[in-house]
Design a protein around this ligand. Sequence first.
Ligand SMILES: Nc1ncnc2c1ncn2[C@@H]1O[C@H](COP(=O)(O)OP(=O)(O)OP(=O)(O)O)[C@@H](O)[C@H]1O
Ligand SMILES: [Mg+2]
Length: 367
Amino acid sequence: MFAIENLRMTFVAPGNVVVNAVDGISLGIGTGKLITLLGPSGCGKTTTLRCLAGLERPESGKIVIADQTVCDTENGLFVPPSDRGIGMVFQSYAIWPHMTVFENVAFPLRVARDRKYSANEIKERVLRSLDMVRMSGYETRPATQLSGGQQQRLAFARGLVREPQILLLDEPLSNLDAKLREQMRVELKQLQTRLGITTVYVTHDQSEALALSDEIAVFNFGKIIQRGTPQEIYRQPKSQFVADFIGSANFIKGRVKDVQVADHTTLVETGHGLFRCIFGQAVTAGQDVLVSARPEDLMLSDKPPGDGFNAFTGKISHRVFLGEVVDYLVDAGDGEVRIRSKPEAEFQIGQVVHIGVSPQKCVALPS
Ligand SMILES: Nc1ncnc2c1ncn2[C@@H]1O[C@H](COP(=O)(O)OP(=O)(O)OP(=O)(O)O)[C@@H](O)[C@H]1O
Ligand SMILES: [Mg+2]
């Protein structure tokens, strides 16, 4: 549905500091899919989105939206935002306080430069958009008299009113409190799937990315570090940065003993003993690595785990009851590990425990 090729954008900040905001990014996704640009603050997510929208002129690169080249710096081609068939919703929803709900949604139609909409068509489209976001009946309400969630839905309705080919969303839920954010996340996903609209979603919230995306592109310093489905990114991170940014992970220092190409595993010598691991990026014997293991994948028991598990022992040093789960810190000789357990079996501080983890849940990463 869209393709970005080798996009570059630099800014010159005060003091002549050159910032490589977007540093050679290539990206694309099929029709009806939702891709998330995920990464820490300042990594170039918004700049990429603004280039896609035509709000920023990239230094170099090519952008194609639905078979139409909208930007190609090689030959100076640049299509303005209004002619790109995109809808946008930003973090600050930019709702006009002096307008009613109806007028807010109608605005993009009234200012459209590429075509004129009749009064009837405007009414029809506004009502349809409001219906999509379950805001029918609010047409005459001043926009200021809406709750946070309603304002957010209004912003979506406005983003959709021109029936865009692509919806660009820049941290659209970040102004909402945690509970509402989770609720709107579900609503947004339902709306996006129902409309089958191709969506680019920007966030630095990893759980939002995991919950919403068909694909995630992890950004850092203006580059895409890893791209894949939420499962791939979570289960097979290729670097410590990705493992750490998405969820939380224990990193256990080790050295590769041997690599079994046949089943794609490696044996790693660690301070907790020998670990069999999978790897996302090729490793070689003798290489220093970090074994990444998620707290929820480590199993606590008062007995040693069965064959086939990586196993070690430790002593519970800290315990936090969180209702549905219990978090433990376990002193395992060569450093502490974090373990997240179901509360069925409880372990006490000072108790000596056995820890087991499946090789499939241990990823050897270049250190
Ligand atoms: N107009 C500008 N002038 C100078 N520097 C800019 C400008 N816009 C962005 N930058 C810089 O470019 C880099 C990327 O910015 P961008 O807004 O794309 O980050 P982001 O990933 O969206 O971050 P956040 O999660 O904080 O929104 C940052 O270092 C930022 O300071
Ligand atoms: Mg941003």
